[in-house]
Design a protein around this ligand. Structure first.
Ligand code: NAD
Ligand code: DAU
Length: 359
């Protein structure tokens, strides 16, 4: 098959491409705008492969999208390209509306027009897989899990833009018959994640003796999934999922943010016993700072549909995955150095200078 993957230079997209190049015979066409979060170095183990192709383009550019579809004639589209960081969406929502809503619309229209030109078999085989988030469901209380039937209730500009894109995808299925599948996944972690996100940010700050900024009391809960388990789940859904269906994906790993940060500190105490700046334990770097506005309290996924219908379940435990992740960041200083551009440093300074330390 020929598979277009949008956002393939990002954290999850690059994991999907590495997985597909290594474990399938499919041709992969990566379409990525290379925003601050996109980095072709994440693909260096597969980019010389003859089945890998790269198109540097914006998904909002309909001419470029039509050209890509006409040239590569995809059987499958896996749509991951998006602005993905909640704090940035609060600071500047416009880029999120553009990439996540207009970008998804542009891609859907391109896919629909292309799909109409296919013969019956081509139309039947074609899939548009939209990769989305559990954040569209809003926040859970102390109990309960998000299922595929949970009502949409997004809190941030990011999650509202992803909710909009999910609605567009389902509308293109109901109205035009475009064969779509949608997945909504919980928090991913693992190698190659941009260090604005909780886990890599904490690892890299701790390593250099910088403060570990925990929002509010750190008692919010996220359900963590190792990125390679997500990549395997996405391949299950795109090749075996039912058209028109939604599948929730999650790791059964509910942790408070504070527990995650303390776990990272304990692993670092073990791996890097020469502590910086006169501290004796990395936990001493924890600082409680102003909370994120509209901060969702708890996410947790009921992944029984994908497990029962498609036979997927996570292979990595949180304990093994988090240790591998810390080891990867410590061993890949050059990757981190190359992606942390001036723009990124400016963002970090701005984000954290606006947060005051709390008792
Ligand atoms: P990321 O920010 O690491 O990567 C996003 C990629 O999309 C980058 O390579 C970027 O250059 C590209 N991109 C952004 N705007 C583009 C545009 N207009 N045109 C072309 N390319 C563009 O994101 P990620 O964490 O890998 O997330 C990928 C997808 O998975 C997103 O749709 C996100 O909403 C979803 N998701 C993420 C998580 C998570 O925990 N990270 C969980 C569930 C769902
Ligand atoms: O649930 C899926 C979502 O997970 C994805 O859709 C998003 O693309 C992805 O970014 C992630 O969103 P979160 O907001 O949950 O991830 P983040 O790593 O930004 O934050 C995780 C938790 O840690 C959250 O409760 C906020 C908190 N946090 C985050 C940062 C960056 C801190 O306490 N301090 C920090 O410095």
């Amino acid at each position: 098959m020929r598979i277009i993957i949008t956002g393939g230079a990002g954290f999850i997209g690059s994991a999907v491409i590495r997985h597909l190049i290594k474990n399938s015979d499919h041709d992969i066409i990566n379409i990525d705008k290379l925003t601050y979060a996109g980095n072709l170095e994440s693909l260096k183990e597969v980019s010389a492969h003859q089945r890998y192709h790269f198109i540097h383009a914006d998904i909002c550019d309909s001419v470029a999208m039509h050209q890509a579809f006409e040239t590569h004639k995809p059987d499958v589209v896996m749509h991951l390209a998006a602005e993905s960081h909640v704090d940035r969406s609060i600071e500047g929502p416009a880029a999120f509306m553009e990439a996540n809503i207009i970008g998804t619309y542009t891609l859907l229209e391109t896919a629909r027009k292309y799909w109409l030109t296919l013969n019956d078999n081509g139309k039947h085989v074609f899939r548009f897989h939209h990769i989305s988030t559990d954040e569209v469901y809003g926040s859970l209380g102390e109990t309960g899990l998000f299922t595929e039937r949970s009502p949409y209730d997004p809190s941030s500009p990011y999650s509202a833009s992803k909710a909009s894109s999910d609605h567009l995808v389902r509308a293109w299925h109901r109205t035009y018959g475009l064969p779509v599948v949608v997945t909504n996944c919980s928090n991913n972690y693992g190698p190659y994640q941009f260090p604005e996100k909780l886990i890599p940010l904490m690892i890299l700050n701790a390593r250099t003796g910088k403060p570990l900024p925990v929002y509010g009391k750190g008692n919010q809960i996220r359900d963590w999934l190792y990125v390679e388990d997500h990549a395997r789940a996405l391949c299950k859904v795109v090749f075996e999922g039912q058209v028109g269906e939604t599948y929730n994906i999650g790791g059964h790993n509910e942790k408070t943010n504070l527990d995650v940060v303390r776990t990272l500190c304990a692993i670092l105490d073990d791996l890097l016993p020469n502590h910086p700046n006169g501290i004796t334990k990395y936990e001493q770097l924890i600082k409680y700072v102003t909370d994120r506005p509209g901060h969702d309290m708890r996410y947790a996924i009921d992944a029984s549909k994908i497990q029962n219908q498609l036979g997927w379940k996570p292979e990595e435990t949180f304990e093994s995955g988090i240790r591998k992740t810390v080891e990867w960041y410590l061993a890949n200083g050059a990757w981190v150095e190359h992606i942390t551009s001036g723009e990124y440093r400016h963002w970090l300074e701005k984000n954290y200078s606006q947060r005051t330390e709390m008792a």
